[in-house]
Design a protein around this ligand. Structure first.
Ligand code: GNR
Ligand code: NI
Length: 171
């Protein structure tokens, strides 16, 4: 397993539409293992493959307090189960140190393949619903700041560029 580098805005790869996975094989599991390690190292609760530069429809997530319950979502499909929207203050590992409210459906159905390639279906609510929809957006090339005003989005990108420059200088 290895920690991979997380892309940050305005990296053009974050705008790619990720491609369906054709087979859940050992190579894909190696990618998913790396993604989990990368997510834990960055203290995130979710990660989409495109955030490590791989344009495949793969998401990992861990919402457990002890960070010992990784979940794997391959080729996920999400269906909203309500028109009821709720704002949540979101953040993103590809937009470090920026947080803002995004409104999303509070309850969705998630259909996907698991770590072993088995088809599964779950109902997501609360933080799980927020996170899976945030990750699903990454697979479509959408980052949460795309929902903000142009002014806020431009400010966010500038802030991240400055942070990344400072990080590079500190190395
Ligand atoms: O770690 C993360 N926290 C988070 C908080 C609120 C809403 C969404 C998220 S997902 C984010 C990790 C990430 O960037 N996933 O793409
Ligand atoms: Ni994100």
């Amino acid at each position: 397993m290895a920690v991979r580098e997380i892309l940050t805005v305005p990296d053009a790869r974050l705008k790619l539409v990720s491609k369906p996975v054709e087979a859940v094989d050992d190579a894909l599991r190696a990618l998913m293992d790396d993604m989990v390690e990368t997510m834990y190292e960055a203290d995130g609760i979710g990660l989409a493959a495109i955030q490590v530069g791989v344009d495949k429809r793969v998401i990992v997530m861990d919402l457990s307090d002890d960070r010992d319950d990784p979940k794997y979502y391959v080729n996920p499909v999400i269906t909203p189960l309500t028109e009821d929207l709720k704002p949540y203050q979101e953040g993103c590992l590809s937009v470090p140190d920026v947080f803002d409210d995004v409104e999303r459906p509070v309850r969705v159905k998630v259909e996907y393949l698991d770590y072993d390639g088995e088809p599964r279906e779950e109902i997501a609510e609360d933080l799980f619903a927020v996170c899976i929809q945030h990750e699903m957006d990454h697979l479509e090339g959408v980052v949460f700041i795309d929902y903000l005003s142009k002014l806020k989005r431009d400010r966010a990108v500038k802030k991240v560029q400055k942070l990344v420059r400072h990080r590079a200088a500190a190395e």
